[in-house]
Design a protein. Sequence first.
Length: 102
Amino acid sequence: MRALLYVVFVTIGGVLAVAVGYLVEPAVSMTASLIVFLALFFANFVVSWIALVLVTNGSLKNEHGRRAHSDIDKAGQEAMTASGTMPWAPQSLQRTTMVGDR
């Protein structure tokens, strides 16, 4: 669904870029029209992406992703402090103490 919506936004932006390019051509020159069209055409992709994020998520800040990421970080830190080592690392990479109390 998001891909289709992005294509719709890009298509609308492309049509607007062509229309503005056609309006600039008789007023200024063909070269200026091409420059304006190209600038609008490539800016269209960025603006369409931002519009898609705003429409689908409602905000540019991903609060759910941040919360999930911090939960994963906290769980990893708790696992490291509970066991004293990195349980996911191979045995050869884990530190040994000088006393050898492993």
